[in-house]
Design a binder for this molecule. Structure first.
Ligand code: SF4
Ligand code: SF4
Length: 374
């Protein structure tokens, strides 16, 4: 029965799909910049959305190693599409950020440090693997001994509407990484899309507040069962899997295995995998000097452990070969990350597989390494 009350935290309600427009309107009224999956220039991006119809209804993505296709099938669901190259990292950890500016005034340099600012984003359609990736970046940028001010200003204000994933793509393996297809992390609201209704699980006071006054009903046992069955199906349909048992030891005890050289012969060291990865956080600082030499701007820009310059230090390169850079990337994600942060640095989103021009597949490389070591 429609209600003016707000649902309890932890409860699940159902809404008619068109009511989602009122929810988006409410977020905008409260000052949020609402961002979600959107078809633009014949591809899928994360962009500002105004209404339900801006979401990619009727689309799916077909993803395999080194291949991505956005396909219109005409189905009636809004959240079936598995994300493309973009991730929420571009909003919380922007690819370019101004750190400080220097200006020469009367022969002396003056420094100006801009105060970090960011909109209050409402992220619509965050998958379980993507929410896990945000939490991984939180571990890096919001540490107890150091907090990154640029990341913090966006992260603290962000509203997260997560989505349980019903139709994983061919390169997805979140089930084996424990991050999906069911959303496991802390979201303000978690949506499950059924044919006729959206189910919304309330995860925070913010989520409760956004639903207050909207017409909703308590989710019936029937629709909850349908959602559970859909998620069980999605787990079985996962395109790939990774055996994570003893994974850090498998990798860290075999750093000299010839398999790394074999990967190095195929890898182009193009850094695509790190740019699309929602957990990668390496960056560099670059200076842009004005032509008259009186002003300079220092920016933080995304970098990659695949770039030779990233490991250049004290007059030498500590990872001069492609295979040593690939090994660094994978041994960090699946080995030392666990020691540093207590989780893997990979959430099984599959982007690095889809967007690798050499079709290198992290799940295959782990499986092959296992086979060769036995
Ligand atoms: S693994 Fe693939 S995407 Fe990554 S650097 Fe090598 S060729 Fe590029
Ligand atoms: S390593 Fe690959 S599959 Fe894992 S989170 Fe990064 S992009 Fe996704």
């Amino acid at each position: 029965m429609p209600s003016d009350r707000s649902p309890e935290i932890g409860s699940t309600v159902s809404i008619q799909k068109h009511i989602f427009n009122a929810l988006l309107e409410k977020l905008k009224t409260q000052g949020y910049e609402v961002v979600g999956p959107h078809v633009e220039n014949e591809t899928l991006v994360y962009a500002p959305i105004q209404k339900l119809e801006d979401l990619p209804r009727g689309y799916v993505t077909e993803q395999e190693a080194g291949s991505f296709r956005l396909v219109y099938t005409g189905h009636t669901r809004y959240f079936d599409v598995i994300p493309g190259a973009q991730s929420w990292k571009q909003f919380l950890f922007p690819s370019h950020a101004n750190l400080f500016n220097l200006k020469k005034v009367n022969g002396a340099w003056e420094m100006e440090t801009p105060k970090p600012t960011a909109p209050a984003y409402a992220f619509i359609g965050v998958r379980g693997c993507e929410l896990a990736a945000i939490q991984i970046q939180d571990n890096a940028f919001l540490r107890s001994d150091f907090t990154d001010p640029i990341y913090r200003v966006a992260r603290e204000k962000a509203f997260i509407l997560a989505v349980n994933c019903m139709h994983p793509a061919g390169t997805c393996f979140c089930a084996s990484m424990g991050t999906g297809p069911r959303v496991e992390g802390d979201a303000d609201l978690t949506l499950t899309e059924l044919e006729d209704v959206f189910l919304l699980n309330v995860g925070s006071e913010l989520g409760r507040n956004i639903l207050a006054g909207l017409p909703y009903e308590s989710a019936s046992a029937f629709v909850l069962n349908a959602a559970n069955r859909g998620l069980e199906r999605a787990t079985l349909q996962m395109g790939r899997s990774m055996d994570t048992s003893d994974l850090p030891d498998l990798i860290l005890n075999n750093l000299d295995h010839p398999h790394w050289r074999a990967i190095g012969e195929r890898c182009l060291s193009c850094a695509n995998c790190t740019q699309v990865c929602p957990t990668c956080f390496c960056w560099d600082a670059t200076d842009t000097l004005s032509l008259d030499g009186n002003q300079t701007r220092r920016e933080r820009v995304w970098d990659s452990c695949f770039n030779p310059g990233y490991s250049y230090q004290a007059g030498g390169n500590t990872r001069p070969t492609i295979h040593s850079r690939y090994r660094q990337w994978m041994s960090h994600k699946l080995g030392t990350w666990k020691v540093q942060y207590g989780t893997f640095g990979c959430t099984g989103c599959g982007r690095c597989i889809t967007w690798c021009p050499a079709a290198i597949d992290i799940t295959v490389e782990v499986a092959d390494l296992r086979k060769e070591i036995r």
